[in-house]
Ligand binder design. Structure first.
Ligand code: G1P
Length: 275
């Protein structure tokens, strides 16, 4: 029902320098798979088979990753090594990959607006690959699609965070309905703990209705001088409806070195080692 997912992948990955000097942070491997591929697999599992990448300079490795490597295919075709390509082949068979370049880094809201030509006038997913989410049942986007069927408005994924960490996130306040679903009253980008409306933080999964683009066009720079999706969603919440959803699963902050190492160990132990 929602066919497209936007991947803002233009960021610099400063926290991983020097590793990310000439290589996109989204291509850093968590065990043997690049971070962005986990996100793409989650989107495809949710039925979002068009993966729309908002890239930037120095990000060609991402585009190449989601394409055939003719030389490699040719070299290992028919050999025992072919099995290693199966994972990515499955993704390429199911997915369509489109892209646009974000020329200036003006914030997540700006990145999403840059992706408008790839989305058009339909509801869509947004996945921030830094937030790696793992669970044994349906992925987070899949869970959110089920909710979208019911509410037909924008949805953000949330989780509780320690109160002294609210300044890293968009934070919501809302009326709790049932099963981890909230109707959002207020949302603030990166509030100081003393100003935070709760400890319910937005995690990098969104379903957005396309009216968000018109709102983003007139959204002024907010926190850090950037155009924030959180501010545009606050407008949507005031004028209509935005839901927040406490998803099932475990999230790793792969935008930080400790979170990345934690994810690596978890995936190595739970998914890579033979059971
Ligand atoms: C972005 C969003 C923020 C959200 C976070 C989740 O921030 O602006 O609202 O909580 O992703 O990871 P960033 O991490 O890009 O600074």
């Amino acid at each position: 029902m929602i066919k497209k997912c936007l991947f803002p992948v233009a960021g610099y990955g400063t926290r991983f320098l020097p590793a990310t000097k000439s290589m996109p942070k989204e291509m850093l491997p968590v065990v043997n798979k690049p971070l962005v591929q986990y996100g793409v697999e989650e989107a495809i599992e949710a039925g979002m088979t068009t993966c729309a990448m908002v890239t930037g300079r120095g990000k060609r490795a991402i585009t190449d990753h989601f394409d055939i490597s003719y030389e490699l295919e040719h070299q290992i075709s028919g050999s025992g090594k072919e099995a290693y390509l199966e994972g990515i082949r499955g993704v390429l068979e199911k997915g369509i990959f489109t892209q646009v370049r974000q020329r200036e880094m003006k914030g997540l809201g700006h990145a999403i607006l840059t992706g408008e030509p790839l989305i058009g006038n339909e509801p869509f997913g947004v996945l921030l690959s830094d937030d790696l989410c793992m669970n044994n049942g349906s992925g987070v986007l899949s869970q959110m699609v089920q909710l979208f069927k019911q509410f037909r408005c924008s949805i953000v994924a949330i989780q509780e965070v320690p109160e002294d960490e609210t300044h890293k996130y968009g934070v919501i306040r809302g009326e709790s309905l049932s099963n981890g679903v909230y109707r959002v009253d207020e949302m603030v980008e990166k509030p100081d703990p003393k100003d935070a409306p709760s400890n319910l933080a937005i995690i990098g999964r969104y379903i957005l209705t396309p009216d968000i683009f018109d709102i983003l066009r007139v959204t002024k720079p907010g926190a850090n001088g950037e155009i924030q999706i959180t501010d545009a969603l606050q407008t949507q919440a005031q004028n209509g409806c935005v839901m927040a959803y406490k998803f099932k699963g475990r999230r790793f902050d792969c935008g930080s070195v400790p979170g990345f190492v934690e994810a690596t160990n978890f995936i190595y132990e739970n998914y890579y080692l033979p059971k």
